[in-house]
Design a protein around this ligand. Structure first.
Ligand SMILES: C[S@@+](CC[C@H](N)C(=O)[O-])C[C@H]1O[C@@H](n2cnc3c(N)ncnc32)[C@H](O)[C@@H]1O
Length: 291
């Protein structure tokens, strides 16, 4: 770990922030002493959002030594969210441990769509392949009357999810896809959401090092065409859905037509929903009501 010696305050270009510790009441370190040097080091390492990241690191560190370690790890390519221990998702601070997938902004679109579909006071929602549980926590926060379940094969992810669901009406389960779910959810799920791994195996090497070196392969690898896990999610969904229930699957724009065909063959009606602002593509499938 390098030692981190603060130099004189260095005003950040374009910043209108007043000097002094006023805007950072919770910070253990004096931001004016530490921000400039951290910005400088992050910029030198090619960090695009050096100012924003420096502010988060400086205000999170409890000592100069801890700050030095955090900056070293960031410069070595660790995701900022793993260093901080949290990611922002729909205005919530979602706990994300090392080795757990970092929730992406685009996945907020799944939450928007789910909230449009659920009755906020009486709905059963499942977040399959939940990772940190960002989707489940955001739904439980926005629809506190909903019964929310989240599941993942990775116990480390489920530990994060449990923390993120604390104090909310949600439970987290460990296991392979539907095997993890309590049997009494069969036929009762109003909205089943999955942001499953969907990167084709050969494309993992092309991902930014932050993702391919620090996020688990289990969270990324979707098999030869990226759809192996999603096809299993799709095939297993009908017995769990309530009549008229919905299945929301995040995918890529390129994969959407293939996945749409698979959904339709499975007897569900489906459409593709694209969010231009978040760069998200979601398959919205629905189980017809009998009669
Ligand atoms: C792309 S990450 C998404 C995590 C979370 N839904 C989010 O949006 O932040 C995919 C997640 O699927 C989980 N996963 C992969 N295969 C699984 C399986 N067979 N059963 C359950 N979870 C699985 C991984 O552990 C990982 O947490």
């Amino acid at each position: 770990m390098s030692s981190f010696a603060p130099s004189a305050p260095e005003p950040s270009p374009g910043s209108t922030r007043p000097s002094g510790s006023g805007p950072y009441p919770g910070s253990a370190l004096a931001p004016d002493r530490f921000l400039g040097p951290v910005i400088h080091r992050l910029r030198a390492a090619g960090c695009v959002f050096a100012e924003e990241e420096a502010e988060l690191l400086v205000t999170s560190a409890r000592s100069p030594a801890e700050l030095a370690g955090m900056v070293d790890r960031r410069m070595a390519g660790h995701p900022l969210e793993h260093i901080l221990g949290w990611a922002e998702f729909r205005g919530l601070r979602i706990a994300v441990d090392e080795g757990v997938f970092v929730p992406r902004r685009r996945t907020e679109h799944l939450v928007r769509l789910a909230l449009d579909l659920v009755d906020p006071v009486d709905a059963v929602v499942v977040d399959l392949c939940c990772g940190s549980g960002a989707v489940a926590a955001a739904i439980a926060a926005a629809a506190p009357g909903a019964e929310v379940h989240a599941a993942d094969l990775d116990p480390a992810a489920v530990r994060c999810t449990r923390r993120n669901l604390r104090g909310r009406r949600g439970r987290a389960h460990v296991g392979d896809l539907y095997d993890a779910l309590p049997a009494n959810l069969r036929g009762r799920v109003d909205v089943l959401i999955a942001n499953a791994p969907y990167v084709p195996t050969d494309a993992i090497d092309l991902m930014p090092p932050e993702a391919r070196e620090h996020e688990p392969r289990l969270a990324l690898d979707g098999g030869p065409d990226g759809l192996s896990v999603l096809r299993r999610v799709l095939a297993g969904a009908p017995p769990w859905l309530a009549p008229g229930g919905h299945l929301l699957l995040e995918t890529s724009a390129g994969q959407a037509p293939l996945l749409l065909d698979a959904v339709t063959l499975g007897g569900l009606t489906a459409r593709v929903d694209v969010s231009a602002d978040l760069g998200a593509t979601v398959i919205v499938a629905s189980l017809p009501r009998p009669g």
